[in-house]
Design a protein around this ligand. Structure first.
Ligand code: DAH
Length: 365
């Protein structure tokens, strides 16, 4: 259909009011068809420009060419028909626009709807920290042997941390360099430097026979480096019964080493000194990396020291009111990070405390 609005008033050849009415009726029908054919918002905008565009829209042309050029007697009729067409255009566009908006709103409702039948989004659950995994493994070995788990406070008195353990006031372990003291307390309070005070607390709480392990945090005045940390973990063991001997101690710890490091692990005991045991020893395990052949981890010796141990010193029995003639027992203590480093082949202690997930996630199984 040719666009009649491009024609001049003269070209229209309007001869009667019917001609004029017919002309506007045809335009109204064309407008309605145009709007109906616009299937999307962009198309509707194009149709709107074609009809209502300020300068070259069809209605602008009707106003500027026909209405302006029509003879005086036609002007009122043309003006009325023009106004009616303009109103029709406005309302048709408004309705079409509202229709699109409704469709869009509906689509958004569908899109944003929450599907309550979907399973929840799983939060990634962190695996246990490698140090705690090892602590648990060590604890489990002894629990299977009938030991129970005991705990004690991390803030200790000098009495439990030192005196009762037969560590005299001038012992180097009491040096301020090692011990973190808490200022302001009436009693001499400190952060426990080892888990050994739990031995005293356990013996005070129970009569023999007694078998406990005490895992926990300990604190020392150390600058952090590849093998030191101001906080680390220890696990303490204590067994008191009739006639326990150094043979029981060695047998127990030998069993422990094989349970933790595998059946091929062997142990050796070297004489040592601790104020709370007599005799005292340090236990080495055959290097789990080279199996005794010698490597960097064991400094070519084939052995790695993992714990201190010994037969309980009679002074401890006196401190807790046990009859030293009746009971005998052994104790041991080990640093958990040290074992974890060995077990997992980690060469820098600080990695355990970095909170770096790329490091920690390697221990997820
Ligand atoms: N408490 C000692 C330390 O922190 C470790 C230790 C050695 C504990 C010998 C014991 C033991 O129970 O018998 O180095």
């Amino acid at each position: 259909m040719p666009d009649r609005t491009t024609q001049s008033w003269a070209e229209l050849n309007v001869a009667s009011p019917d001609d004029l009415a017919g002309l506007f009726q045809a335009l109204a029908a064309e407008l309605a068809a145009d709007v109906a054919a616009a299937g999307e918002e962009a198309a509707l905008r194009a149709v709107r420009d074609r009809w209502l565009g300020r300068k070259s829209g069809r209605l602008a042309r009707i106003r500027d060419q026909w209405l302006a050029a029509a003879p005086r007697e036609w002007k009122p009729a043309v003006g009325q028909l023009y106004n009616a067409l303009a109103r029709q255009a406005e309302s048709e566009f408004a309705r079409a626009q509202a229709r699109f908006a409704a469709v869009q709103a509906q689509a958004m409702i569908v899109e944003d709807a929450v599907d309550t039948t979907l399973p929840g989004r799983a939060q990634p659950a962190g695996p246990a920290h490698p140090v705690l995994r090892i602590l648990d493994r060590i604890t489990d070995v002894f629990v299977r042997l009938g030991y129970s788990v005991a705990t004690g406070p991390e803030i200790e008195t000098a009495y439990y941390n030192f005196e009762a353990l037969n560590i005299p006031a001038d012992h180097p372990a009491r040096d301020d360099q090692d011990t973190i003291y808490l200022a302001g307390a009436g009693e001499e309070l400190l952060l426990r430097t080892h888990t050994s005070p739990v031995q005293i607390r356990a013996m005070q709480a129970q009569e023999p026979p007694l078998r406990i392990v005490a895992p926990g945090r300990v604190y020392r005045h150390d600058a952090p480096d590849a093998s030191h940390s101001p906080m680390f973990h220890q696990i303490e063991g204590l067994a008191v019964d009739r006639d326990l001997t150094l043979g029981d101690l060695k047998g127990t710890l030998d069993h422990f080493a094989r349970e933790l490091f595998g059946a091929a692990a062997t142990t050796r005991f070297r004489p040592s000194y601790f104020p709370f045991t007599e005799p005292s020893a340090e236990m080495d395990v055959s290097c789990i990396l080279c199996h005794g052949a010698g490597c960097r981890a064991c400094k070519q010796t084939g052995w790695i020291e993992i714990l201190g141990c010994g037969m309980i010193h009679p002074a401890l029995y006196r401190a807790v009111g046990y009859d030293a003639a009746r009971w005998s027992g052994f104790a041991f203590g080990m640093g958990v990070e040290r074992v974890a480093m060995l077990y997992y082949g980690v060469d820098d202690l600080q990695r355990f405390y970095s909170g770096d997930l790329r490091f920690l996630e390697q221990f997820a199984t």
